[in-house]
Design a protein around this ligand. Structure first.
Ligand SMILES: NC(=O)CC(=O)C(=O)O
Length: 305
């Protein structure tokens, strides 16, 4: 029971599972495999299930155009987007909220201009589309002796923060991978009342060991909310080697569960009272100095998810 004057951000405890999926080059096989694993997570009691970034394809600029699916107009036909329909069925068949990792998306304009995005789709337990998030911050980095990657060679960025209401539970924010490096998105989402920040992601062997867990814990402790990061399983035969280590962090920044490198489902129970406990113990909420610096969430209008 809540003991502060704030309403609980999370109305009832809920089990969240991250499916650290093994993926390959065969999209149909990836979708079928994802369906098996979502079933497994739901059978173990998860009501919110998260898939990884680019769960239906290999991850890389060379792959985005050939795997891209058209999501608009919505709903797309099964020919335009087999992944949309597969995700909707996974959510409906298992009665779960499904944060459908991400897929490469193509948008075709009236004059046949093609624009590509890295896009996450969220479905309700009835299989209805609740939210679409296009990766806002594209993964463009160059670390000498490490990794060079330029998503912007092929992809265009999304332009909104994505917050979605899950009526029995509360609000969550969805963003993708590199988005986790930008605390502003997380802060605005938390101040708009989210109990969890959920990031399908695919860090790599250069940045993963240094930053993956650190960023999950940082976003959690900054905002006193739950954070879930969901990676593909590592495949050393792929051109991009994902870090793995999907995890769930609590509002005190404790890592509740963390996967290894291979295929694995990790899950944790999220409880609204833990958020309030963290916020009562360390009352940042009451101590902020908006007379010294601005509240970046003020004036930010949520767009339709
Ligand atoms: N793959 C990403 O978008 C981000 C990543 O690997 C990193 O930030 O590091």
């Amino acid at each position: 029971m809540a003991t502060s004057s704030y309403p609980l951000l999370l109305k009832q405890p809920v089990k969240l599972a991250c499916v650290q999926l093994a993926t390959g080059a065969d999209k149909t096989a990836n979708l079928a495999h994802a369906a098996e694993k979502v079933r497994e997570a739901a059978s173990a009691g998860a009501k919110i299930v998260v898939l990884p970034e680019c769960f239906n394809s290999p991850y890389g600029c060379d792959y985005f155009p050939s795997y891209a699916e058209q999501l608009l107009p919505s709903p797309p036909s099964p020919e335009q987007s087999p992944s949309f329909h597969a995700l909707s069925a996974m959510a409906r068949d298992n009665g779960v909220y499904l944060i459908g990792g991400s897929i490469p998306e193509i948008e075709v304009s009236a004059d046949n201009k093609k624009t590509y995005y890295n896009t996450s789709l969220t479905f309700s337990p009835a299989g209805e589309l609740l939210a679409t998030h296009r990766k806002v911050h594209l993964f463009d980095i160059s670390i000498p002796g490490g990794i060079t990657f330029r998503e912007s060679d092929v992809l265009s960025p999304g332009n909104k923060l994505t917050v979605v209401d899950l009526p029995e539970y509360g609000r969550v924010a969805i963003a993708i991978c590199y988005d986790v490096r930008f605390p502003e998105l997380a802060t605005i989402a938390a101040r708009k009342g989210c109990f969890a920040l959920i990031y399908p992601g695919a860090f790599n062997l250069t940045t993963g060991p240094l930053h993956w867990r650190l960023l999950g814990q940082a976003r959690a402790v900054d905002n006193q909310v739950y954070v879930a990061l969901c990676s593909p399983a590592r495949d050393m035969s792929a051109s991009y080697n994902a870090w793995g280590h999907s995890l769930v962090v609590d509002p005190m920044a404790k890592v509740l569960v963390e996967a290894g490198e291979g295929e694995e489902i990790v899950s944790a129970e999220l409880n609204g009272e833990e958020i309030e406990k963290a916020r009562r113990g360390i009352p940042l909420r009451e101590q902020r100095r908006f007379d010294v610096y601005p509240d970046i969430s003020q004036g930010y209008e949520l767009k339709s998810p």
